[in-house]
Write a protein that binds this ligand. Structure first.
Ligand SMILES: Cc1ncc(COP(=O)(O)O)c(C=O)c1O
Length: 437
């Protein structure tokens, strides 16, 4: 990846103060910058937007407070020093790894009778992406994403690593763009000995999850390309797993369907407690492997787990023991499922209401909605004004906080806007856009 203008700016400042410093930085060091995009737009919204209209936040809130499960909070004061202050293993706490795996089997029907590794604990899903990149991506390798993607993947893989990210248009005819997906995978398969594909459903930023048909077709495409002789690594980023608001989206992770489809296909599951149990700051994620193994699968998975833990040992060493203990105790709470259901219900009500409001024909001249049915976000595609101009105008004149992505898209985090404010929110967005026109 070339050095971005943001990195160039930092390099120029460093160079002007001490020209030797810039020579001392590594290639990665020279490429690094602090991303502006979502983080700076959120920071701006925190100072300018009304709290009730701050739809930039990547966590969930309820009545303007952080959403939380009583099972999590009840565990915060009840942790022994030996379960929190001591080091956790680089692999993660064994019982947590086993129980997370058990939960995966319960929530992913297709995993039945399939063998997968034990999950290794990462410092949130972000670190899971980074561990994956260290283990599987060489400089100049390609990773395939849809054009609607979580921007931090660039930082982890292209800025810190040397990965080329290839995009395909995510949507066609109101659904997932299978044709574009297949074309891009095949194109890369022709040019590379291995192809890395990221699959993120529910998707950030659109809130879309594929349906059964689309899921089957994705599995079919990847399996066929593997059969034809290309090594495929399919990474499912399941950050928003379980936040499903309609019948159409698939109930399980694509990982479950990909993990023993072909010997040349490795499925990697990145998931975490972050959003599944509403504990963003605890930083507990997992990386899990599944593929076809011809010898003793336990031994092979153990070898992959050891390599993964070696990477963790050599970077963050191990993940917070206190955080892992809180997550483990929460998984064991008899009330967890019911508490999760209640919170998902709150988010679902917001999502369904937005679908009604934003699709009102009175707004049709200003935007169209990208398909969404799950997760934290929905995205508007603006028809008449530039998205960043609209964002700034709405923030300054209406105190509404949104995230602009590219020229046309505005991301609305309904995870952080209460149901009673949604109607006003979209009415104001529309008014603002009209004034700007
Ligand atoms: C698609 C996606 N993947 C990964 C992450 C990172 O999750 P974590 O906070 O566990 O690092 C996010 C968070 O915003 C996300 O939206």
């Amino acid at each position: 990846m070339e050095i971005t203008p943001a990195a160039q700016e930092l390099n120029a400042i460093i160079k002007s103060g001490n020209s030797y410093l810039i020579e001392m930085l590594s290639k990665t060091g020279r490429r690094l910058y602090f991303p502006k995009g979502i983080l700076s737009q959120s920071a701006e919204a925190r100072t300018k937007a009304y709290d009730k209209f701050n739809a930039t936040i990547g966590i969930a809130t309820e009545n303007l407070h952080t959403m939380c499960l009583p099972s999590v909070m009840g565990n915060l004061n009840d942790i022994r020093p030996s379960d929190s202050l001591t080091y956790a293993p680089s692999f993660g706490i064994p019982t947590l790894r086993r129980e997370w795996k058990d939960m995966m089997y319960k929530k992913n029907a297709s995993l039945k009778d399939r063998s997968i590794s034990l999950p290794v604990v990462t410092c949130g899903i972000t670190h899971g992406v980074s561990v994956f990149a260290d283990m599987f991506l060489d400089p100049d390798d390609v990773a395939i994403f849809p054009d609607k993607m979580w921007g931090n993947n660039y930082m982890v893989m292209s800025v810190r690593g040397d990965t080329h990210i290839r995009n395909y248009p995510m949507f066609a005819n109101g659904g997932f763009n299978l044709e574009g997906f297949e074309k891009t995978v095949r194109n890369e398969a022709e040019n590379n000995y291995k192809v890395v594909v990221f699959l993120n459903f529910p998707n950030n930023p659109t809130g879309y999850t594929i349906n059964e048909k689309e899921a089957d077709k994705i599995v079919e495409i990847l399996t066929r390309v593997a059969e034809e002789g290309t090594n495929i690594i399919a990474v499912t980023d399941d950050a928003y797993f379980g936040l499903r608001y309609e019948e159409a989206p698939i109930k399980e992770s694509l990982f479950a369907r990909l993990c023993n489809s072909h010997k040349r296909l490795l499925a990697v599951k990145l998931d975490g407690a972050t959003k599944e149990i509403f504990v963003w700051g605890l930083r507990v994620g997992f990386i899990t492997y599944g593929t076809v193994v011809e010898t003793d699968y336990a031994l092979v998975y153990e070898a992959l787990e050891k390599k993964t833990a070696g990477n963790i040992r050599g970077t963050v060493s191990n993940v917070s023991h206190a955080s892992q203990t809180i997550v483990l105790k929460t998984l064991r709470s008899p009330n967890l499922a019911e508490e999760q259901k209640l919170k998902v219900e709150i988010l679902k009500k917001r999502a369904l209401l937005i679908k009604k409001i934003a699709a009102d024909p009175k707004y049709a001249d200003a935007w169209e909605m990208y398909p969404f049915n799950s997760g934290y976000f929905m995205c508007l595609k603006l028809k008449t004004v530039d998205a960043e101009k609209a964002r700034q105008y709405l923030l300054n004149d209406y105190k509404i906080g949104l995230i602009s992505i590219g020229k046309t898209d505005l991301r609305v985090a309904f995870s952080s806007v209460d149901e009673e404010n949604l109607e006003d929110l979209f009415e104001h967005i529309y008014k603002g856009i009209k004034e700007l026109e």
